[in-house]
Design a protein around this ligand. Structure first.
Ligand SMILES: [Zn+2]
Length: 288
């Protein structure tokens, strides 16, 4: 079925959403995307653990953290090994954190979801990279209350291939998007800093600089509409979890980054669609 002017790349692009897409191709593609995703997820666990401690990301420790037993090669398979071992070290039986398979499968699921929503193209590949970086931002911020600027820098750099190879947003809306949320966040942060210092004597902001720079980078990547949707979702989820957290632990201070990451992940997949739907809603019933 080779057509005139056959181009394998353009045949492949948009092939996932085509009604003629071969079901066997689809199943194998999504399986491969998931398996690749959990393998990358395995590396993300290393990054989340070692980046805050400034340890080498390449040198892999192959010993149990409790008993020091060498981890067998067959126990290094993402997700599956953890399930086979029922979350315990093969030697000493010490619990292995479920966090490892959770990060791995989350990355796999997000890759599958990204290709399912955005199809197979430059945008979905860039978005998969973004998803992995957001996982690192979210878990590291959760652990350390710090957002790593190297990771945020890579998110910002993704805006370059995104501007060249995708029609996600115009250059104008990438510039506006960079400031649309980060600027209000910065202003709120600075104002709150004064209040907090007066009230408690401590020097911190209601919205930290890390969160602000994350929204700058993601805004440049996603454009105005999607970054506004991302921020709104992040703020709403954070407010709900924050209230629950305050009720349960009595502590009102918590990491904002994980919730902004959830917002950006949703915004990168459906942000433009949600924004258009909302704008149409405000316009009221169609005139024609
Ligand atoms: Zn052990």
């Amino acid at each position: 079925m080779i057509k005139e002017g056959f181009n394998p790349m353009s045949e492949l692009i948009n092939s996932l959403h085509s009604s003629e897409a071969n079901p066997i191709f689809l199943i194998s593609f999504y399986t491969m995307a998931f398996l690749f995703g959990i393998s990358v997820g395995s590396f993300l666990n290393v990054v989340i653990l070692r980046l805050p401690r400034h340890e080498s990301l390449i040198k892999r420790s192959s010993h149990c953290m409790t008993c020091g037993a060498k981890i067998r090669a067959c126990d290094l398979i993402p997700v599956f090994s953890w399930l086979m071992l029922r979350g315990k070290c093969h030697s000493c039986g010490e619990k292995i954190s479920p966090r490892y398979p959770i990060v791995e499968s989350l990355n796999g699921i997000l890759y599958v979801l990204t290709f399912f929503v955005l199809d197979l193209n430059a945008d979905s590949i860039i978005t998969c990279v973004l998803m992995s970086l957001l996982i690192v931002v979210a878990f590291m911020d959760w652990d350390t209350m710090e957002i790593d600027m190297i990771i945020v820098g890579i998110i910002f750099l993704l805006a370059v291939p995104s501007a060249f190879f995708t029609d996600r947003a115009t250059l104008f809306h990438r510039i506006v998007g960079a400031f649309a949320i980060s600027l209000p966040f910065y202003i709120i942060g600075e104002i709150s800093r004064g209040f907090i210092k007066k009230k408690t004597g401590e020097d911190y902001r209601a919205i930290e600089l890390g969160d602000t720079i994350l929204m700058f980078a993601a805004g440049a990547l996603l454009g105005t509409k999607a970054i506004i949707v991302s921020a709104l979702i992040g703020i709403v989820v954070a407010a709900i979890i924050g209230l629950i957290n305050k009720y349960v632990t009595g502590n009102s201070k918590f990491a904002f980054g994980p919730f902004l990451s959830i917002g950006i992940a949703i915004g990168s997949l459906w942000g433009n669609g949600i924004a258009d739907w909302y704008i149409n809603l405000l316009k009221g019933p169609a005139q024609q």
